[in-house]
Design a protein around this ligand. Structure first.
Ligand code: TXA
Ligand code: MG
Length: 314
């Protein structure tokens, strides 16, 4: 049975003790719930891959409570420190040269000489990381290829009984995963919870690429975030066989990502809306989900990235 832990000191102490034993503990971050394991313990990291059914060549993000802890596992340039000062704690992941002496498992980096590092802002994530006292590898706490979890109930639904515990603390505020940036030269590997515009204000125009980004042509996208029903994007109206997820002024939509047309709010609601639409489709015997267009500005960039993957061929 997966233990449900309360977000207070006792629950966090229990979570930290389980992590120290090499067990897996899911916990809320401001982006999505993560599936945590000791990043220095290869058996624990292997268990993360096994619980998710994730291909093991896809590297993981190491989570730490602050810049000082991050500097113990990765090498920071002046630019990396500036970005950390501006965006940490928060939904930005930096890909930096790994400190080999830090003892991070090869399974976290998938053998690369770089490490993805993140300092989450969520108080429960902060509390768990401080109670544990070491780096925690944590992908999103969902079966590989499925919709990321933004509540503890989503985690239990997907991974119940495959993990030791989940710390429960309500829905995630940001709702999409962190923005991933590599440096020297700066490159956007994944749009996410920090708006690309805010990074570009500091760094100038950001090329996209690297192994966390996929080409935007639909046929080349890796299927991910996939609901059971097929997904159609840019839907200004619904077809009879569809559940329609609206955005802004979309009268008659079954659900709405943001009635006010705010991409930040759309990000917050995205994954729960995909789950709800999937349930509605199953109840009504429909096989498709249509999604209204969302602008590519602010967090809309991350929303559209996730939607394109949800719609990609499986
Ligand atoms: O918001 C988030 O980032 C969430 C929460 C739990 O913190 N975590 C998350 O992890 O989204 P995950 O494992 O689902 O995504 C990690 C991404 C993958 O796309 C992986 O390819 C990329 O980070 N990545 C990890 N290490 C990398 C590296 N050294 N170089 C390039 N990409 C890397
Ligand atoms: Mg994920």
């Amino acid at each position: 049975m997966t233990e449900i832990l309360a977000p207070g000191p006792e629950g966090l102490a229990r979570g930290a003790a389980l992590l120290a034993e090499g067990r897996l503990v899911a916990f809320p971050t401001e982006t999505v719930y993560g599936l945590g394991g000791d990043a220095r313990n290869s058996a624990a990291v292997a268990a993360i891959y096994a619980a998710k059914g994730r291909p093991s060549f896809n590297p993981l993000i190491a989570h730490v409570p602050d810049l000082a802890a991050a500097e113990r596992i990765a090498v920071f340039s002046d630019r990396a420190r500036d970005l950390a000062a501006r965006f940490w704690p928060g939904p930005l992941t930096l890909v930096l040269p790994l400190r080999p002496e830090a003892g991070i498992s090869d399974l976290v980096t998938a053998g690369l000489d770089t490490l993805a590092v993140r300092v989450p802002a969520h108080p429960v994530a902060q509390g768990l990381l401080r109670a544990f006292g070491g780096p925690v590898a944590a992908p999103s706490a969902n079966p590989s290829g499925r919709i990321s979890p933004t509540t503890a109930a989503h985690v239990i639904e997907g991974l119940g009984n495959r993990i030791a515990a989940v710390v429960e603390d309500g829905p995630c505020q940001v709702g999409v995963e962190s923005t991933i940036l590599s440096l020297d030269p700066p490159m956007l590997l994944r749009p996410g919870g920090v708006a690309v515009e805010d990074l570009e204000a500091l760094l100038g125009p950001l090329p996209t690429g690297g192994n966390a980004a996929k080409p935007n042509a639909p046929g080349q996208l890796t299927s991910h975030y996939a609901p059971g029903a097929a997904v159609r994007l840019g839907a200004a109206t619904r077809q009879p066989d569809e559940i329609w997820i609206g955005f802004g002024d979309t009268p008659g939509a079954d659900l709405n990502l943001s009635p006010a047309g705010d991409p930040t709010e759309a990000a917050q609601h995205l994954f729960a809306a995909l789950r709800a639409a999937d349930r509605m489709a199953a109840e009504r015997g429909l096989s498709r989900i249509a999604v209204a267009p969302v602008p590519e500005t602010g967090l809309g960039r991350a929303v559209n990235d996730r939607l394109r993957r949800a719609a990609a061929p499986r």
